[in-house]
Design a protein around this ligand. Structure first.
Ligand SMILES: C[S@@+](CC[C@H](N)C(=O)[O-])C[C@H]1O[C@@H](n2cnc3c(N)ncnc32)[C@H](O)[C@@H]1O
Length: 301
């Protein structure tokens, strides 16, 4: 830490400036935003409150805590792990090293599922590989009061299920908490079938993609590593869908854009009766394969 960063007489604005410079020098792609989020977290203030005390001294204790977080960020910790939160579907999800930090592209899958569930008020849903519970809990939070379905949040990781359980308690009002049930198990192996909607954002990165992005090292490999071509888990999941999905069921899966074509092939082989659609993510990349079992033929948009 520099001499300057240990100075308790820095104003809030000066501390922001020093931290932004440090972060920019040492590799953060969003130095100002990172500094601002870490400062707000340190002070437990919102953006406006931080702005209002811009010219006040930060104080020694707050300065020490703030610059300690900045150093951890420089050492490779994602901001979300440092603050313990990441917003997803307008909800502040608690996250820690046991779970993937939810990504904005997954919101597209949740939005699609909300639309599908609006027409299926008694549906049984499984979120396979729930992690922080981002998908399952967002659905439970955003489906209207008349929705009477059940959402199963499944994962192999005990640590992830503990995070999801905490988010269920903190993010859902008491009357909605029993919409979500946790199950520990691999893929859909534990399920007896008759599931109306399967959603899966399973690990899909190849070893090459993981090696090329060192920033991912902070997140659990169990949440990222999709094996040789990235589709190891997805292949097993798709093979099990005909057994598990109800005859009018649907499924939505997130993958890497380069995996959409092989995934579509897997789906049409396993379920020739399903109609298939590809949804773009926020950057316009083909990211989600959604299928419905309607006997209506196959469509790949
Ligand atoms: C990419 S993360 C997604 C987390 C969350 N659904 C989200 O969208 O933010 C994948 C999750 O799948 C879980 N997972 C890995 N292998 C699994 C398996 N065989 N069965 C079920 N879950 C698995 C990991 O523990 C991790 O929580």
């Amino acid at each position: 830490m520099t001499e300057q960063t240990g100075d308790g007489e820095l104003t809030t604005t000066e501390a922001m400036r020093v931290a932004t410079r440090r972060l920019a020098q040492d590799g953060s792609e969003t130095p100002r935003l990172d500094a601002e989020v870490l400062l707000r977290h340190t002070l437990d203030l919102d953006r406006t409150e931080v702005f209002l005390r811009a010219e006040q001294p930060l104080g020694r204790n707050h300065a020490a805590a703030f610059f300690a977080l900045v150093e951890r960020r420089i050492a490779g910790q994602p901001v979300a792990y440092l603050t313990g939160f990441r917003e997803f579907m307008s909800l502040p999800f608690h996250v820690n090293q046991e779970v993937l930090i939810p990504r904005p592209e997954t919101e597209v899958l949740v939005e699609w599922a909300l639309g599908w569930l609006a027409g299926h008020p008694h549906a049984t849903v499984v979120d396979v590989g729930t992690g922080s519970g981002a998908i399952a809990i967002s659905l439970a939070a955003h489906m209207g009061p008349g929705w009477r379905g059940q959402i199963i949040a499944a994962d192999v990781s005990v640590g992830a299920l503990a995070v999801a359980a905490r988010n269920r308690t903190t993010l859902l009002p008491p009357e909605r908490q029993d919409r979500v049930r946790m199950v520990r198990g691999s893929l859909l192996e534990w399920s007896g079938g008759s599931v109306d909607l399967v959603l899966a954002n399973l690990p899909y990165l190849t070893p090459e993609q993981m090696a090329a992005n060192p920033a991912l090292a902070a997140e659990p490999a169990l949440a990222l590593d999709g094996g040789g071509d990235g589709l190891t888990l997805m292949r097993a999941l798709v093979a099990d869908l005909p057994r598990v999905l109800s005859i009018t069921g649907a499924a939505g899966m997130e993958v890497d854009p380069g995996q959409i074509a092989p995934l579509a092939k897997l789906i049409s082989r396993a379920m020739p009766d399903a109609s298939l659609q590809v949804l773009p993510d926020l950057a316009g990349l083909a990211r989600h394969a959604v299928l419905t079992r309607t006997n209506g033929g196959r469509r790949l948009a």
